[in-house]
Design a protein around this ligand. Structure first.
Ligand SMILES: [Zn+2]
Length: 163
């Protein structure tokens, strides 16, 4: 995952609020997300031997050729019903008591901007970390998915895709 700008050394070395989360598994999930040690296809395909070309690491949920399975897609934009359900019940509804405008903010901001906003608010981190853990657990129930690099560039992918 790319950061919006290069952090300074003091920013890198500063104690991060998410490390104060007391629940171990959600904290670990958040650290995995931030260090690209996550189960999303964009990283899983990179670690395969031979590596799957980046543009072939398609979202295992919606299987749309234009939808690379990266952090922003799975966490914030994929329209798969399973992910939308978790996003609604485990993120947006739980953020509402802490952030009354959460739903509007989610719709208005680009995914990376929303992520940066949440990561910058200590009171929101526990909900977000639990959400990330829930998404990771769902991802683990669906096999990695990729398509051949010469497949059509638009629309849903077909039966010739490799799993
Ligand atoms: Zn998707």
């Amino acid at each position: 995952m790319r950061l919006p700008s290069t952090p300074t050394l003091s920013q890198v070395c500063a104690a991060q609020p998410y490390l104060k989360l007391t629940s171990t598994k959600p904290r670990e999930a958040l650290v995995r997300l931030l260090t690209s040690d996550h189960p999303f296809g964009i990283e899983v395909g990179r670690r395969r031997s031979p590596p799957v070309p980046p543009n072939c690491r398609i979202c295992r949920f919606c299987r749309q050729k234009a939808a690379l399975e990266d952090e922003m897609h799975v966490l914030f934009t994929c329209e798969d019903a399973r992910l939308q359900h978790i996003r609604e019940t485990q993120l947006l509804q739980l953020l509402l008591p802490l952030l009354p405008g959460a739903r509007q903010l989610f719709r208005r901001l680009e995914p990376l901007a929303f992520l940066n906003f949440v990561m910058g608010k200590e009171r929101l981190l526990a909900v977000f970390a639990h959400y990330v853990l829930d998404v990771f657990q769902l991802v683990d129930t669906v096999p990695f998915f990729s398509v051949p690099s010469d497949s059509p560039l638009a629309g849903p992918v077909g039966v010739n895709a490799t799993v």
